[in-house]
Design a protein around this ligand. Structure first.
Ligand code: AMP
Length: 423
C-alpha cells in the first residue's frame, strides 16, 4: 500500500518523499490510520521498524488540524534515553517541515535554561526523557495540562531503566481525556500492567514477534579466546574494510579501553557510555554518522534507541549479561529492510550466556570458522586484569611467541599500566 492511501495530508506526504521513503513499513501501514482515527494504540515494534514515523506522522496531522491556543504543548513523547529523545525530535522536525507546528526536546545532561526558553516560546510537540521533564515540572517551566496525545516510546526500556515512578508522576499531571500510544519491543507483565492502566480499548499492533531478532540480520558466532578478541576485531574491521561498526562491551571501562586500543591500531574509534558527558556522546554519535568515526564502542544503556541509518555491522565484543539485550543490540543493524550482519566474539567463559541467548531466540546462532589472522598481536602497554590467563611474565617481549613474530615492541606507558583495569 502506498503512503498516499493512509490518509496523510499533502504536507506530510511531501516530507515523506523528501526522505526518500517509497512505501510505508508494516508498522506504519497499521498504525497511521488507527492513530488518525483517534484511537489508543499498543504497538509491539522494535527500533528499525519505522515506528517513529508510525506515531509522528499521524500525531502531526492531528495537531495541525487545529491551531494551538496558548503556549502549552499538546503532544508529549516520552523516551528512555537522551539520544532517542534527540532522534525522535529530529524526526518530528523533519516530518513536520511543511507544517507550522513547533516542537522541542528536553533531556538531562545539558543546561535547562535554553530548554525553558524554547518551551516558553510555545510548542505543539514536546519530546522528553522522564527525569528532565519532571525537573521542568518542578521548576514550573512546563504546563502538561493541555496534552492531547501521549506517546510512550520504547516503554519496556523505560521500565528496565527504572522510570516507572517518573512515568506515573507525569501521567498524574496529564488531562484524563487524551489519546495514548504505547510502543514497546517486548510485551512483559510489567508492560501489560502499564498498558492496562493507561490505554482505552487500544488497537493492538504487532510487527515483530517477541524476542525475535530482525529477520534481515545475519548472525554469526566466532569462538575465540578472550586474549585474541581485540586482534580478531581489528582484523575483521581492516580486512573486511568495514566503515561503520557498532561494537558492544559490557562495561564502560571496557568500552573506553577498546576504543583506545582500536585507535592505536589505526582505526578511528570512539566510546559512548553513561559516564560520558552529553556533549561527548553527541560528538561521538555525530562522528559515527558522518563517517569520521569508524567504530563506535558502546555499552547497552548508551546504545538504546540509537538510530543510525543502514548500520551494516554490529559486533558483540562481549555478550550481554541479559539475553534480551542481545536482541536489542542486533536490532541496530538490518534496519527498515536493509541487510545487516551481527557478529559475536564468544570466549569459553561466555558459553552459558550464549546458550541463554539461543534459548531466548529459540534457535542456534551458527558458528563461523575463524578467519586466518595474526593471533595475539597484543602490545605490551595494555594492562590486563590479573585474572586473565597469561602465557608468561608480562613485560615487553614476553607475550606468546607466535605473537612476537608479527610486531615491533612499543614504548611502555607507565601511567596506563598503573591505572590497570580501574580505567
Ligand atoms: P525507527 O524504527 O523509527 O527508529 O526507524 C528506523 C529507520 O527507518 C529510520 O532511519 C527511518 O528514517 C527509516 N524509515 C522509517 N520509515 C521508513 C520507510 N517507510 N521507508 C524507508 N525507511 C524508513
Amino acid at each position: 500500500m502506498p503512503f498516499s492511501k493512509l490518509g496523510l495530508q499533502a504536507e506530510l506526504l511531501r516530507a515523506i518523499v523528501s526522505q526518500g521513503y517509497s512505501s510505508p513499513t508494516p508498522i506504519q501501514t497499521q498504525a497511521i490510520p488507527v492513530v488518525l482515527a483517534g484511537r489508543d494504540v499498543l504497538a509491539g515494534a522494535q527500533t528499525g521498524t519505522g515506528k517513529t514515523a508510525a506515531f509522528a506522522l499521524p500525531l502531526l496531522q492531528l495537531l495541525s488540524g487545529k491551531p494551538r491556543t496558548g503556549k502549552a504543548p499538546r503532544a508529549l513523547v516520552l523516551t528512555p534515553t537522551r539520544e532517542l529523545a534527540a532522534q525522535v525530535a529530529e524526526s518530528v522536525q523533519t516530518y513536520g517541515a511543511h507544517l507550522s507546528l513547533r516542537s522541542t526536546v528536553v533531556f538531562g545532561g545539558v543546561s535547562i535554561n535554553p530548554q525553558k526558553d524554547a518551551i516558553n516560546r510555545g510548542v505543539d510537540v514536546l519530546v522528553a526523557t522522564p527525569g528532565r521533564l519532571l525537573d521542568h515540572v518542578g521548576q514550573r517551566s512546563v504546563d502538561l495540562s493541555r496534552i492531547e496525545i501521549l506517546v510512550l516510546d520504547e516503554a519496556d526500556r523505560m521500565l528496565d531503566m527504572g522510570f516507572i515512578n517518573d512515568i506515573r508522576k507525569v501521567l498524574a499531571l496529564l488531562p484524563k481525556q487524551r489519546q495514548n500510544l504505547l510502543f514497546s519491543a517486548t510485551y512483559t507483565d510489567e508492560i501489560k500492567r502499564l498498558a492496562d492502566g493507561l490505554l482505552r480499548n487500544p488497537a493492538l499492533i504487532e510487527v515483530a514477534r517477541r524476542n525475535t531478532a530482525a529477520e534481515t540480520v545475519s548472525q554469526v558466532v566466532y569462538r575465540v579466546q578472550k586474549e585474541h578478541k581485540r586482534d580478531l576485531l581489528i582484523h575483521l574491521v581492516k580486512d573486511g574494510q568495514w566503515q561503520q561498526v557498532l561494537v558492544f562491551t559490557r562495561t564502560k571501562h571496557g568500552a573506553n579501553r577498546l576504543a583506545e586500543q582500536l585507535g592505536r591500531a589505526g582505526i578511528e574509534s570512539a566510546a559512548i557510555h553513561g559516564n560520558k558527558s552529553q556533549g561527548a556522546r553527541t560528538k561521538a554519535l555525530a562522528g559515527f554518522k558522518d563517517g569520521s568515526v569508524r567504530v563506535l564502542v558502546a555499552t547497552d544503556i548508551a546504545a538504546r534507541g540509537l538510530d543510525i541509518d543502514r548500520l551494516p555491522h554490529v559486533v558483540n565484543y562481549e555478550l550481554p549479561n541479559v539475553p534480551e539485550d542481545y536482541v536489542h543490540r542486533i536490532g541496530r543493524t538490518g534496519r527498515a529492510g536493509e541487510e545487516g550482519a551481527a557478529l559475536s566474539l564468544v570466549e569459553p567463559e561466555e558459553t552459558k550466556m550464549l546458550k541463554d541467548i539461543q534459548r531466548v531466540l529459540k534457535r542456534d546462532i551458527p558458528v563461523a570458522e575463524l578467519p586466518n589472522f595474526p593471533l595475539g598481536a597484543r602490545q605490551p602497554e595494555d594492562a590486563r586484569p590479573p585474572q586473565v590467563r597469561r602465557h608468561g611474565p608480562r613485560h615487553a617481549g614476553n607475550a606468546p611467541a607466535h605473537a612476537d613474530a608479527h610486531r615491533k615492541p612499543r614504548p611502555r606507558n607507565p601511567q596506563r599500566r598503573a591505572a590497570g583495569d580501574a580505567r
